[in-house]
Design a protein. Sequence first.
Lengths: 98, 244
Amino acid sequence: MGELRILNASGDEQLEWDPSDDKATKEAHERFKALRKEGYDAYEVVDAKSKKIERWDKKLGKVIMAPGARTSAQRKTGERPKAMAGGPVHGEVVRTGR
Amino acid sequence: MKLTEQDERDWPLRLRAAYESDHGKIHVVEAMWACFDLPTLNYILLPSSWGNFMARSPSGLGRIGSGSLRVWRPLMYEWQHNGDLRRLGSQTELAWRFGTMLAGIALIAGDEGEKHFREYWEGAQKRAEMLLREHLTPQQLLDLEVRGHFFVRGEINKLYAIDPGNGFAICDHLTQEPTVSCCLHPEQWLPHDDVALATKLLLESGKSGEEEALSACRSYPVKGKQREATEDEFVAAALEIDMY
């Protein structure tokens, strides 16, 4: 059984598919493609080790989809609206007392 | 007024569906907030904070003013005794904004709304925590319990510390002390533990993943932590990589 865990505001969303079930496999594949288009990265987790994957394979096991990182230049073009980017850092001084 | 495409993306679908079916369509049109600072010697307290929400429901346009909005407000700024004003991090602020919007929606919808809100907010945090813990090694779990952060090895930098809710840091691999603090998280709110997991996966995915993380993050050197390695530390590091 393949498993897709999608990190989102509800915590995570789970989608399973059986490679022998074409309908479920297609649904999972469509979801994978849509999330990749939105800027999500996909990682296959095997024995507590993760590996980034670029392409769908119906024989994939456990896959976690998480927002990818991108630079501020990419962010401005709106290519990856949900991706990770940097913001103010904990402890950053915004105004000095001097 | 209609929900924009951005609203459609930002407002969690599951929550929106609940409000559309049970309470008619409720659209959060605008959410603003303001806060006052009360500086003391070492820190700022935020004694009052409120948000103004304008929301459209079937019965018309409603406004929720101050005093009726239940929000929690983490300490956003810290005023140091030398007069410096330090910001406490964008992940915290993002969580506050998102939570404030949810609280506003809950207020509009009444008791049912509050129940949905609690389930959604607390449920999301719990699920994220469980998922993160599933993917940590025993040592990482121990570090998270004891120190509040866990370590990840890299190729470009040997050691990173990931602090849920507070980005990650490049650490000295000999002393484990942070040297550069880095902020990296999605523009839309994700539970802190989900962001920590996403960061861990990215940093462990290899050199290209590390490069992506380092180029996209906003970094800030940790004061007093940059120094030259001592001779003993240099030799120890050299032995580790079979240099001697």
